[in-house]
Design a protein. Sequence first.
Length: 63
Amino acid sequence: MKRWISLVVLAVALGCGPAQEQTTTPTEPATTEPAATEPAATEPAATEPAATEPAPTEPPAAS
């Protein structure tokens, strides 16, 4: 019996409570998700410097 109660307490502490509470919380993080995609847009910029690296390798290949 004590184990069952402890499992329930852990579930509530982790946010695994009633489904009604969960349905209200996912909508809030959903609004923040689009903002998370903005940093991803900055990642392609990091690939641009990599494009400049092959240029230095071309002169040694010509020699």
